[in-house]
Design a protein around this ligand. Structure first.
Ligand SMILES: *[C@@H]1O[C@H](CO)[C@@H](O)[C@H](O)[C@H]1NC(C)=O
Length: 433
């Protein structure tokens, strides 16, 4: 079985547990005057809604664009120009991208006296002395504004700028500390204090990116950390870290990270992810004691920015056989906070879900269920994953992503029928008031 699917399956088994419709064409000149101030931020929350500065609802309908693996560069640029990829996203009416990065990128900037590493060096380090320069040449051929001396952050800047031109929001996601394919409970990046998850460097990295991202007009939200999970390897660091793997520990680290982002950049929304690979926020949304302590989650603990906090959940229950039980599980995990009866009213965004882009999987219970559940709730989402392939993943170069929306060379949709029959209607339904 596909390694990716297996990991996602294993992780699930291991658990107990607006909106103004965007113009579908990418023609900025034709955008009418009401969207002249796009993105009309900063965004804030109002109960379960996200509002722009005019008080209009904003809901994300978008995709994940990974940039947190070994090269620490947004994927796909050896095959296409940034603008061509953005055209694809815009062409189906998406309005948001979850752009991932690794803390290692910022650590290396500090180690290098404040200067970012060139893409030439990053690619050679990740892909070797033969393939690194080859991929560099391909990236430059497709993106002629780049050169060997372009830095990694300049590539992130160019991605954000192209998305901005297309009126697509950027949600910047700290995916992992050590730059590599994510995630497992034994990868050293599972929980604060784990072997490769230094809490101080993490907070420094969040702060750095929050500051850096001020130059991106479309940076409207940031996450604290992708998929917190139990640190299960046998290292001393993992063993010590595991002692705080609980809601009490979660609340301490989450507040630390949220403060770091807010102090650096008071404009962005801050997304909190839950336990068990970000599949459980029930203690937060139900207002239970954050065990083993007695504190309860309260927006007032985010002093001065309680209207900046959003929750995010992931779901990979790909083998679900009942939509109603999938829905009730999601409601229980945290989506209850989107309904009027909830004590805590807060936006909940599904920042990851996804499945094999073959001919039939999208017709199954899991995909069809989420394609209705999320728009019905007016919940935002970003599907995993845009990538048709990766520069390198788990040691294998030019890795084929069978879950990718795009094909191997990012030139076309991998499954155009899915995009037409299910994804585009889901985007439209999500973005319609
Ligand atoms: C947001 O959308 C909901 C559901 O369509 C609607 O009831 C509410 O009035 C909207 N809020 C604003 C400010 O447009």
């Amino acid at each position: 079985m596909h390694h990716f699917g297996m990991m996602r399956l294993l992780r699930f088994i291991g658990l107990a547990g607006l909106a103004v419709a965007n113009p579908v064409t990418f023609d900025v000149d034709s955008v009418d005057s009401t969207s002249a101030a796009w993105p009309n931020g900063p965004l804030v929350t109002s109960g379960r809604w996200i509002h722009d500065a005019a008080g209009s609802n904003v809901t994300y309908a978008g995709a994940n664009w990974p940039g947190a693996a070994d090269t620490m560069l947004p994927e796909g640029l050896q095959f296409q120009s940034i603008d061509a990829i953005v055209d694809k996203i815009k062409g189906i009416g998406m309005n948001a991208v979850r752009l991932t990065y690794a803390i290692q990128m910022i650590d290396e900037i500090y180690d290098n006296g404040g200067k970012d590493v060139t893409i030439e060096k990053a690619l050679t380090q990740a892909l070797g002395v033969t393939n690194g320069p080859k991929v560099l040449a391909q990236i430059i051929k497709n993106n002629p504004s780049f050169s060997a001396s372009t830095t990694r952050l300049q590539v992130f800047d160019a991605v954000a700028a192209s998305l901005n031109k297309a009126h697509i929001y950027v949600h910047l996601d700290n995916h992992i500390s050590k730059a590599e394919w994510c995630c497992s409970t034994t990868d050293g990046n599972a929980w604060w204090g784990d072997t490769d998850f230094d809490t101080t460097k993490w907070a420094r990295g969040l702060s750095y990116m929050a500051t850096h991202g001020k130059a991106w007009p479309n940076l409207v939200s940031m996450s604290l950390r992708n998929e917190p999970r139990s640190p299960d390897d046998k290292s001393a660091a993992a063993t010590a870290s595991k002692k705080t793997y609980n809601w009490q520990g979660w609340y301490k680290f989450v507040r630390q990270g949220a403060d770091a982002i807010h102090q650096a950049n008071p404009d962005v929304l801050i997304f909190l992810s839950g336990l068990g690979y970000d599949t459980d926020l029930s203690a937060v949304t139900k207002g239970s004691a954050l065990s083993p302590g007695n504190d309860r989650f309260s927006l007032s603990d985010f002093s001065g920015y309680s209207n900046k906090i959003v929750l995010e959940l992931h779901n990979y229950q790909n083998s679900a056989s009942s939509c109603s039980s999938l829905e009730s599980g999601l409601t229980n995990a945290g989506f209850s906070a989107m309904s009027s009866g909830s004590g805590l009213q807060i936006p909940v965004v599904m920042t990851e879900f996804g499945f094999m882009m073959d001919a039939s999987t999208y017709k199954g219970v899991y995909a069809t269920c989420l394609a209705k559940f999320l728009p019905n709730l007016h919940a935002g989402w970003t599907i995993w994953v845009l990538s048709g392939s990766y520069y390198i993943r788990s040691g294998k170069q030019d890795f084929e992503e069978t879950w990718g929306l795009l094909n191997h060379d990012w030139s076309a949709w991998r499954n155009p029928t899915y995009v037409k029959e299910q994804l585009e209607p889901m985007i439209k339904a999500t973005l319609s008031a």
